[in-house]
Write a protein that binds this ligand. Structure first.
Ligand code: CO
Length: 134
């Protein structure tokens, strides 16, 4: 069902410092930060030859990553995103197998303008999984 690794998302307390580290120390191509008010985050995409890294920073009150940063003040891996061809078919198959989909269960439009869903980390070896339809 799942295809390519689309991105790894890292929550960071200081977006500018993290972007500078990836750009200057690791020599990666870092895109300018974008605010994603629907998701409560500011995102900076890092383009690697085979995948992307998303640096996530809280935006506004009640950001879904604020609690994560409270528990992990220096930041950390927040989620991984796998590509699927048909997100509704993937959701239905996963829910039939007992996996929990976060939120309403309806896909939202993610940071790349494509439908996404999140799966409960307790159902997937402690890892928050994002599915993105490509
Ligand atoms: Co993501």
């Amino acid at each position: 069902m799942i295809g390519r690794l689309n991105h790894v998302a890292i929550a960071v307390p200081d977006l500018e410092a993290a972007a500078a580290q990836y750009r200057d120390t690791l020599g990666a191509k870092v895109n300018p930060p974008q605010d994603e008010p629907d998701h409560g985050v500011t995102v900076a995409f890092i383009e690697l030859p085979n995948t992307k890294v998303e640096l996530l920073h809280p935006l506004g009150d009640g950001s879904p990553i604020q609690g994560f940063l409270d528990k992990n003040p220096s930041g950390g891996i927040h989620h991984i995103c796998y590509e699927v061809e048909d997100i509704l078919a993937a959701r239905d198959q996963l829910m039939e197998s007992g996996a929990r989909v976060l939120g309403s269960g309806e896909p939202k439009i993610g940071a790349h303008g494509k439908p996404v869903l999140f799966l409960h980390p307790k159902d997937f070896t402690g890892t928050l999984v994002e599915l993105e339809q490509v």
